[in-house]
Structures are given as C-alpha cells and as structure tokens.
Write a protein that binds this ligand. Structure first.
Ligand code: NAD
Ligand code: 89Y
Length: 343
C-alpha cells in the first residue's frame, strides 16, 4: 500500500516527538511542515529533512495533496486550523488540550462530522505502556468489578523551562496535565456523572493553579480520586509517572513509582516491572510520554486503514474536555458539577 502523506502544523517543543514518531512508523510520512515562526520551521525542517515548508497553514492546504494533518500547536489556534482542515476534507489529529472552551471543541467535532473527515485528539497518556498494562489486568477479570480508583500525578519537575506559556495562563494544571489524568480515569473506570474539585496555587511565580484534587462518580458506580500537583518535592522525582490504585470486588491493582505493578486477585499476588521501553531517539524521564506518541500515531493509522473511530476521537474527547470545564466551574463554586449539564 502507498505511504499516506501527512503534514505537521506547529514545529515547537513537543512536535519533535511527533516527528520522531512518524519516522518510526511504516505506512505514513510527513511530506510538509508548517509553523508561523520561520526559525522553528527551519529547525524542524533541517532536523528531519523536510523540504516543503510553509509559514501559513492556508498555503499548506492549498498547495499539498494530503491524507492527514497532525496539528501540534497550542490550544488557541486549534479551532481555526481544524476547521481549515475540515474545509479541505483532510483527516485531522489535534493536540490536547483540544480547545480553549467546550464550545470551540464541540464546533470542531461538528465541522469534521459534517465534512465526513476523521478527527482524533492526541490524548496520548492512556497509550503509555504502564497504563495499558493496568487496563489489561482489568480486562482479564482478575480483580473483579472495580469500585474505587486513585489516579495520581504528583511532581516538582520544572515544566516551565520547556513550556514557558504554562506559567502565564489563568488555567494551568487541570487544563495542561490533569486533562490526561482525568482521561486515564475515564479509560480505566468509564464515563463520569459528577465531579467535585478543589484547586490551589503553591508556586507564587505562576498565574494558574498548580494543585488540583478531584472526586469523581463514574456511571459504573465506581468512585475515583484524581489528584495532580506540580508543587510536590519528593525524594525521587517521579515525573512523568501516573500512579494508580484500583480496588475491585476480587482484588487490587497498584501501579507504584518505578513502574512497579502489583496485582492481588483471584490467583494471588503478582509483581511485575512495566517500565516503558527507551526508544532510540527518546530521553529520560520523557521516554514514557515519547513511547505513547508512537502508540497513538500507530492507532491513528490503524483506524484510517480500517475506517474505525479512534479511541480518543474528537467526539470521545468532548467527555474528557467537559470534565476539565466542570472541574474549573466546581473549583470556583465549591459545588459538585453534573456532567450531563455540559454535554
Ligand atoms: P510550542 O509553543 O513550543 O509550539 C507550538 C508551535 O506552534 C510554535 O512553534 C508556534 O509558532 C506554532 N503555531 C502556533 N499557531 C500556529 C498557526 N496558526 N500556524 C502555524 N504555526 C503555529 O508548544 P508545545 O509546548 O510544543 O505544545 C504544543 C501543544 O502540545 C500544546 O497544546 C501542549 O499542551 C501539547 N503538549 C502535549 C504533550 C503530550 O504529551 N500530549 C506534551 C507537551 C505538550
Ligand atoms: O504539557 C504537558 C503534557 O501534555 O504532558 C506533560 C506536559 O508536557 C507538562 O505538564
């Protein structure tokens, strides 16, 4: 089968991982790139040997024949770029957070549905191999029916040096990182009916909240706590590990720091190392995230080939994004928020 022709828009901090990911995967190639910043465009173009370069996305779509586009810009540009791709009937991947508002996110899903083009949000944390290992244990039935989960991300890692914009927005940890951890909770325990949220800002040098604690009721009847912090100094820095506790009717799962998975279930207790592989181009501690980029991109190609909906399609991601909106609303009101009022 001929290679699919992709374009990447946004050649910043994270896009380099996406470019490496596309180089690793058979069946697709990035044939053109776009960034409104000529220096970033040149840096990525030179690093990956891409000659066809654009500073304007409209010119890219007008000139290139594309099978898909991978949008790796920050949220404010997502809606215009996704709608532009939909007008050109080009299947689209869009980075998280999907949009600045839920209304924008819904508009993008509508535009792509009306144009008949697939839309996937690059919601990659659920594709990390340790998280997939937890999902596989749940699917095996070893711990029975889950009734409680704690999905936790606590770190003191300096994310601001690589992504300085994270220090300046009114919203920080829920929108940037909590969105992944909420999505993992949905992936493991199912959709959510109600969320209660508390937030704090510990680091005085940033504008948004850097600590968030969320209590969620899942439609399955399970309860989860999703807790995130970028203000937690620990003896061994865990970035970017998500730690997981799940209790079920027949046992428990613990994903502890150092990628140690302990399952106590119908067949007794088993301990395993579920460390992600270190890909040749990856660097610690980011290798966990970097590997998940390859996995989600491969999933996108598999879905395009089969004509199936991606696990984190735009429509699916509305449910994760609505939880982000609900978390901010609930943190402000200090009241629980029902999800069905938003979706
Ligand atoms: P960045 O600011 O370093 O890069 C964004 C690039 O997009 C910039 O070079 C900018 O010039 C370009 N750009 C913006 N608007 C454009 C437009 N309309 N047309 C062309 N180019 C445009 O940002 P980043 O840190 O790389 O983050 C990008 C996105 O990736 C963010 O939404 C961020 O949340 C997300 N991200 C995801 C993960 C993950 O694990 N999924 C990790 C880090 C960042
Ligand atoms: O932007 C964030 C993400 O998506 O993963 C980690 C991160 O880079 C910093 O919080």
């Amino acid at each position: 089968m001929a290679e699919l022709r992709g374009a990447l828009i946004g050649c910043g901090f994270f896009a380099v991982n996406q470019m490496h990911g596309w180089c690793d995967i058979e069946g697709a190639a990035i044939v053109a790139i776009c960034d409104r910043d000529p220096e970033r465009l040149a840096a990525v173009g030179d690093q990956f040997g891409i000659a066809r370069r654009y500073t304007d996305a409209a010119a890219l779509f007008a000139s290139e024949k594309l099978d898909f586009v991978d949008i790796a810009t920050t949220a404010p540009s997502h809606r215009p770029l996704v709608e532009l791709a939909a007008r050109h009937r080009v299947p689209t991947i869009c980075q998280k957070p999907f949009a600045p508002t839920l209304a924008d996110a819904k508009a993008m899903v509508k535009a792509c549905a009306e144009a008949g083009v697939p839309l996937m949000v690059h919601e990659n944390f659920r594709w990390q191999s340790p998280i997939q290992a937890v999902r596989a244990v749940l699917d095996s039935g070893e711990i029975g029916t889950p009734f409680f989960g704690r999905i936790s991300f606590r770190s003191g890692y300096d994310v601001f040096s690589g992504q300085p914009y994270l220090a300046t927005g009114k919203r920080f940890i829920i929108e940037d990182l909590g969105i992944h951890i909420i999505d993992i909770a949905r992936f493991l325990l199912g959709d959510v009916s109600t969320i209660t949220t508390r937030t704090q800002r510990i680091n005085p040098a940033i504008a948004g909240e850097d600590v968030a604690t969320m209590l969620m009721d899942h439609q399955s009847g399970a309860t989860s706590v999703v807790d995130c912090s970028y203000a937690s100094r620990l003896a061994t820095e865990p970035f970017p590990e998500t730690l997981i506790e799940i209790d079920g009717s027949d046992g428990t799962i613990r994903l502890a720091q150092g990628y140690k998975l302990t399952v106590t279930g119908k067949r007794g207790t088993a301990v395993s190392d579920v460390s992600p592989p270190l890909l040749p181009w990856a660097s610690r501690p980011w290798h966990n995230i970097q590997e998940s980029v390859v996995a989600i991109q491969q999933h996108w190609l598999d879905c395009l080939a089969k004509g199936t909906e991606p696990a984190t399609s735009g429509a699916d991601n509305l449910k994760t994004f609505a939880l982000v909106e609900a978390a901010y609303a609930g943190a402000a009101s200090r009241e629980p928020v029902q999800l069905d009022t938003l979706l």
